[in-house]
Design a protein around this ligand. Structure first.
Ligand code: GDP
Length: 195
């Protein structure tokens, strides 16, 4: 569904180093260990494009990937990792704010939420920031294969309820499993259809 190859462009730690804002972008945000790397790898059909890692909070870079020549996929560092040094967390939060408030070509943020846990306080913090920054965001539930249908439905309902508080939220939630391929095609189509 992506028109061309997916390539790593660069990792960025300061606004000044962002690639030229010359194409539409979507970004992916989520708590550390939410399954973001696995999702990006599944979406792009690449085994190790985004490094799946069990070291939460390790990557503090904004990673840019080119989807053909038309779009950027932006991988934001995982948040909510309590053990990261305070100075690192603060630097990251500054960069995140600057990015969300200042990136004109950012079309949509995908906020990843673990289907096992539902929306947590840190997720709501990000939603508030997105709202404030007037960035439309869409929730993607991850690791759906890890829970039974009842838990899935309950936590989906919890997230839907949470979204009512955030006007910048896109109402449709995408349920995914990178493990089983659930929702991957849907998410690809959502991105592919953005113009
Ligand atoms: P990140 O820190 O958000 O990039 O998370 P990762 O992609 O590294 O995933 C964290 C852990 O969850 C890894 O052990 C993955 O194998 C596992 N994981 C990620 N996505 C899924 C999924 O859809 N289903 C299952 N069962 N496990 C997953």
């Amino acid at each position: 569904l992506f028109a061309g190859p997916v390539d790593f462009v660069k990792g960025v730690t300061a606004m000044a180093n962002l690639p030229p804002a010359d194409r539409l972008e979507v970004c992916f945000a989520g708590r550390s260990n939410v399954g973001k790397s696995s999702l990006i790898n599944a979406l792009t059909n690449r085994k190790n494009l985004a490094r799946a890692s069990n070291t939460p909070g390790r990557t503090q870079e904004i990673n840019y990937f080119a989807l053909g020549e038309e779009k950027y996929l932006v991988d934001l560092p995982g948040y909510g990792y309590a053990e990261a040094p305070k100075a690192v967390v603060e630097k990251w939060q500054r960069l995140l704010k600057q990015f969300l408030q200042g990136r004109q070509t950012l079309r949509r943020a995908f906020v990843l939420i673990d289907t096992r846990h539902g929306a947590k306080e840190v997720d709501e913090e990000i939603m508030k920031l997105l709202n404030k920054s007037a960035v439309t965001f869409q929730v993607v539930m991850t690791k759906a294969d890890k829970v039974n249908a009842a838990t899935r439905a309950a936590n989906l309902a919890q997230v839907q309820e949470t979204l009512k508080k955030h006007p910048a939220a896109y109402p449709e939630i995408v349920m995914t499993s990178s493990e089983e391929g659930l929702g991957i095609e849907t998410l690809r189509a959502i991105i592919a259809n953005m113009t």
